[in-house]
Design a binder for this molecule. Structure first.
Ligand code: GTP
Ligand code: MG
Ligand code: NA
Length: 343
C-alpha cells in the first residue's frame, strides 16, 4: 500500500538509561546541536522532545543503502534524565513511547538506572533497542565519522575488535541475568525475541545511521496498527514552565489527533480542572529540542505525533504527566472535566 493509504503518524521513541551514558549527546549528534553542553552540571533535568523529519533520517541512513522505504513522516524522540532522582520522568517518557532506545555505556555495562529503565520497559511491554554507546573510548579506536557500524568496525585493529567483543560478551551476559536475550543487531535473526544491540558513538557518530534505520524499520514493520493515524486527540503534558513573553506554558506530546489554535482544552490542575483556550501552538524548528529556549514556529493547527509548546491562560497550576483533553462541540464540558481529573 502507498503511504497515503496507510496514513501513519510518526513513531514516538523514548531514550532512556543510566546517568551520563550519552543519551542527550546521541541526540545532539543526530541534530547537529549542543544541548548537552548547555545543561547545568551536564545533567538532564527535564523531559525533552525533538522531531526528526523523514528526509533527515533518509539522508542520515543513505550509506546503509536500505531499500526499505520510509513510510512514517518522521520520528519524535523523547529525551529523559538518567539521574536516579528522576524516576517519575523516566516513567512518564516510557509511558508515552512506541519504542525506546536503552543506552548503555560500553565501558560501564549495566548500571542501576539501566536496570530501572529496563523494568519500566518490561512492565509496559515496550519494544526497545540497545545503543551500546561510547565505542570511541575503546583503546585505539579509529574514528570513522558517522559511518555505519560494520564499516567502522572493519577499520579497527584486532586489539580494538577484541576489546569490543570482550565487553559486548560481558554486557550480553548482564542482560541475560536480567532475563533478556540480546545480540548485535546485524547478527540478530530473531528480532522480537532477541533484543538488538547497536554500537554507537555520540562523539564521532559511528553507528548512528544503523540506530536510526533500525528504529524506523522496526516500528513501521511491526507497529502499523498502533501507528495508524487516528483523529481522537491523545495528548500528555510533559512539563509546565514559565517562558519569558509567554507566561506559563505547557510542553505536551501530541500522540494522536490534531490540535488547533483556539481549541477549548481541559487539563488537570492542582486546584481542580483547568478549562482554557489554546492561544498559541508553538514548536521548535525540526531537529531542535523543545526544552531549549529558542525561536518557535507558530502553527494554526498541528497533527500528531509532535512535541508542542502550548500557551494559554490559567496554566499556572497544571500538573505534568496528565492528559490534555479537547472539548468538542458535542461534548459535555463536565464530562471532559471529570475525565481530566481522573489522570
Ligand atoms: P543524563 O541525561 O544526565 O542522564 O546524561 P546523558 O545520558 O544524557 O549523557 P550526556 O549526553 O550528558 O553525556 C555524558 C557525558 O558523556 C558527556 O561528557 C558526553 O560528552 C560524554 N559522552 C556521551 N556520549 C559519548 C560517546 O559516545 N563517546 C564519548 N567519548 N563520550 C561521550
Ligand atoms: Mg541527558
Ligand atoms: Na549527563
Amino acid at each position: 500500500p502507498k503511504q497515503s493509504e496507510e496514513n501513519l503518524r510518526s513513531p514516538i521513541c523514548c531514550i532512556m538509561g543510566h546517568v551520563d551514558t550519552g543519551k542527550t549527546k546521541l541526540l545532539d549528534c543526530i541534530r547537529g546541536t549542543n544541548v548537552q553542553e548547555g545543561e547545568a552540571g551536564g545533567i538532564t533535568q527535564q523531559i525533552g522532545a525533538t522531531y526528526f523529519p523523514a528526509e533527515n533520517i533518509r539522508d542520515r541512513t543513505k550509506e546503509l543503502k536500505a531499500d526499505a522505504k520510509l513510510k512514517v513522516p518522521g520520528l519524535l524522540v523523547i529525551d529523559t534524565p538518567g539521574h536516579e532522582s528522576f524516576t517519575n520522568l523516566r516513567s512518564r517518557g516510557s509511558g508515552l513511547c512506541d519504542i525506546a532506545i536503552l543506552v548503555v555505556d560500553i565501558m560501564h555495562g549495566l548500571e542501576p538506572q539501566t536496570i530501572e529503565s529496563l523494568n519500566l520497559l518490561k512492565m509496559r511491554n515496550t519494544e526497545f533497542i540497545v545503543a551500546l554507546n561510547k565505542v570511541d573510548r575503546l583503546y585505539g579506536w579509529k574514528t570513522c565519522r558517522n559511518a555505519p557500524i560494520v564499516k567502522a568496525m572493519k577499520q579497527q585493529t584486532k586489539d580494538v575488535q577484541n576489546e569490543f567483543n570482550m565487553r559486548l560478551t560481558q554486557i550480553i551476559t548482564q542482560f541475560k541475568e536480567q532475563g533478556l536475550n540480546t545480540e548485535l543487531y546485524y547478527k540478530n535473526k530473531e528480532m522480537g525475541e532477541t533484543y538488538s544491540i547497536v554500537p554507537t558513538s555520540a562523539i564521532s557518530g559511528e553507528g548512528i545511521p544503523d540506530m536510526l534505520l533500525l528504529l524506523v524499520q522496526w516500528t513501521q514493520k511491526t507497529m502499523v496498527e498502533k501507528l495508524t493515524y487516528s483523529n481522537e486527540v491523545q495528548c500528555t503534558v510533559l512539563e509546565v514552565k514559565v517562558v519569558e513573553g509567554h507566561g506559563t506554558t505547557i510542553d505536551v506530546v501530541l500522540v494522536n489527533g490534531v490540535l488547533h489554535e483556539g481549541d477549548q482544552i481541559v487539563v488537570c490542575g492542582m486546584q481542580g480542572p483547568i478549562v482554557t483556550t489554546i492561544r498559541a501552538l508553538l514548536t521548535p524548528h525540526p531537529m531542535k529540542e523543545l526544552r531549549v529556549k529558542g525561536t518557535y514556529v507558530h502553527h494554526k493547527k498541528i497533527k500528531a505525533a509532535m512535541g508542542i509548546k502550548i500557551t494559554a491562560q490559567g496554566l499556572e497550576h497544571a500538573i505534568a504527566g496528565t492528559g490534555l483533553y479537547v472539548v468538542k462541540s458535542d461534548d459535555d464540558l463536565e464530562d471532559v472535566k471529570d475525565a481530566a481529573m481522573e489522570d
